[in-house]
Ligand binder design. Structure first.
Ligand SMILES: [Mn+2]
Length: 237
C-alpha cells in the first residue's frame, strides 16, 4: 500500500512539479481534452478563470480530436494553465505517433510537462497508481497508463476502486460515463472527444463542473466505464 507516514513527499521517482494550493484562489483539475479546443474554451469560460486561479490538466491534450496543436499552445500560453504528460503526449515524444503541425516547438512544450503535479495531500497523474505499490515503485509508463493493475484493461478491476491514499489522486486515461469521486481518487476523463463531456473538479468547492462536447470520434461502449456497475464502489459524483 501507499505509505501513510508522509514518505510519498520525497519518493516520487519521476519528473514532477510541486505547487502550493493556498497560493491560489481557485484550483481546478481538468480531464482529457484530446484536441477538443471548443470544449476547452467553453469550460474555461464557464469557470471564469482569473489570474489568481490555477487550472491543472491530467494530460492527453492531444490526438483523436481536431485541434491538438491549438490546445497545446493554449495551455502553454497561459501561466494559470499547467498540464502533466499523458500517454498520448508521451507517444508523440517517443516517436510512436505523429501529428501534422507538430514541430520542435510543440515537442519542447510537451517535453516540459511534468509527469506529475503534487501538493500537500494531492497528486495529478494521467493514469493512476497501483494500490499494491508505493509511488516509488512506479515507472513513468505505469502512472501514465495505470487502469487495471491485476486485470485486463477495460475489464477491470480498476485501480481507483481499491486505492486508499494518501495522496488523493486526480486522474484521466480511463473513459468514464460520468466523473468519479471517492475519498482518495477523482476520475476526470468523461470522454469529451467521444461526444461525452469535458470535466473539471473544483478543489475549493469540492464539486465537478462539466461542459458538453460535440464529440469527434466513435467509441465502443465496452471502453467506457459505467462507474456504478463495473467498479464495485459507490459513485459519489
Ligand atoms: Mn486519454
Amino acid at each position: 500500500m501507499i505509505r501513510t507516514d508522509g514518505s510519498f513527499d520525497t519518493a516520487i521517482p519521476f519528473d514532477h512539479r510541486e505547487i502550493v494550493i493556498e497560493k491560489h484562489d481557485d484550483v481546478y483539475v481538468v480531464g482529457d481534452v484530446h484536441g477538443c479546443l471548443d470544449a476547452l474554451e467553453t469550460l474555461l469560460s464557464t469557470l471564469e478563470i482569473t489570474n489568481e486561479d490555477l487550472v491543472l490538466f491530467v494530460g492527453d491534450l492531444v490526438r483523436k480530436g481536431p485541434e491538438s496543436r491549438a490546445v497545446v499552445d493554449r495551455i502553454h500560453e497561459s501561466p494559470q494553465l499547467l498540464s502533466v504528460r499523458g500517454n498520448n503526449e508521451q507517444k508523440l515524444i517517443d516517436g510512436d505517433a505523429s501529428l501534422p503541425g507538430f514541430g520542435s516547438t510543440a515537442y519542447e512544450i510537451m517535453e516540459s510537462f511534468p509527469v506529475a503535479i503534487r501538493w500537500d495531500g494531492g497528486l495529478v497523474v494521467h493514469g493512476g497508481l497501483d494500490p499494491g505499490r508505493t509511488i516509488a515503485e512506479h515507472s513513468v509508463a505505469d502512472v501514465q497508463t495505470m487502469r487495471a493493475p491485476d486485470g485486463d484493461g477495460y475489464d477491470g478491476p480498476f485501480w481507483f476502486g481499491d486505492y486508499n491514499g494518501p495522496p488523493r489522486v486526480f486522474f484521466g486515461h480511463t473513459v468514464l460515463d460520468r466523473p468519479f469521486e471517492s475519498e482518495w481518487a477523482v476520475g476526470l476523463d468523461t470522454g469529451c472527444v467521444y461526444g461525452g463531456t469535458l470535466t473539471a473538479y473544483d478543489i475549493s468547492r469540492q464539486r465537478f463542473v462539466s461542459v458538453d462536447s460535440n464529440g469527434h470520434v466513435d467509441r465502443s461502449d465496452d471502453k467506457i466505464v459505467a462507474t456504478d456497475d463495473r467498479l464495485g464502489v459507490n459513485h459519489n459524483g
